[in-house]
Design a binder for this molecule. Sequence first.
Ligand code: HSE
Length: 311
Amino acid sequence: MRSIRVFAPATIANVGPGFDIFGLALHEPGDEVVATLSQEPGVRIRAITGDGGKLPLSAHNNTAGVAVIKFLEHISATQGVELTIHKHMPLGSGLGSSAASSVAAVVAANELFGSPLQRRELLAFTMEGERIACGAAHADNVAPSLLGGFVLIRSYDPLDVVQIPVPDFLHCVVIHPHIEVRTEDARKILRRELSLRDAISQWGNTAGLIAGLMLQDPGLIGRSLTDAIIEPQRSLLIPGFDRVKKAAAAAGALGSSISGSGPSVFALTTQLQTAKDCGDAMQKAFQTVGLKSDMFVSAVNNYGPRILPAE
Ligand code: HSE
């Protein structure tokens, strides 16, 4: 039976001030999914590797499974799909692990059926995967993983997704401390109301970050990586957060914040070497509170998913 294997990248969601509206794709890490055409309609998950047995094999409860079910319904498919999911990044890390799996799965399924839909048209299905993962169909991980680059979700209703050009100099480092924060929990703790003062600060910084990227102005990018609303609340879930942030600044980062819903912390820099230096300093800061961590250094991935040679 015909199979398609797809890699979809990890992402940094929120990117400082843009809670639920900004995200960017990394080159590594990412998840791989093999989709195989089946004469039996519907979706079955053959196997999941790299998850330590934590993820559900029932397609209706699995983010990648749900995304492909919605896709097959949309194209009125009479055949089905079997999925094998290879997780290459930690769960509950803030790197968009669930998003990468559902994006890889839907891109592979679309390819399997002869690409009836454009990449952009797959977004709604991958968002349904996020709803299963954390209760909210947010797009700031799935959209950059699917489309590549830096993505602004200008509106959810109607969905309006804008790709923002990113300067070539921009590099990212993400440090993943070895603790787990479930997105669902990190969303539940958020206050529902905010002050006008914080709102003004936040919309200044969201606009500033977009302007900084488009003007290729590192100073403006750095000044705009300020989150007055979400970071102060969620950083309480990340031991050593303030030290890690200070370490990144001292090592030359433009700015830093929580990656997605955490616990990973990212920094942006103008050079690859500075990203590595910041990463080393941030890992040392986590060590001072007894946390081991992993480091991922990457430029922005402007391509998104890749179709890989069959296994
Ligand atoms: N915008 C989402 C959140 C991203 O911060 O909850 C989750 O990775």
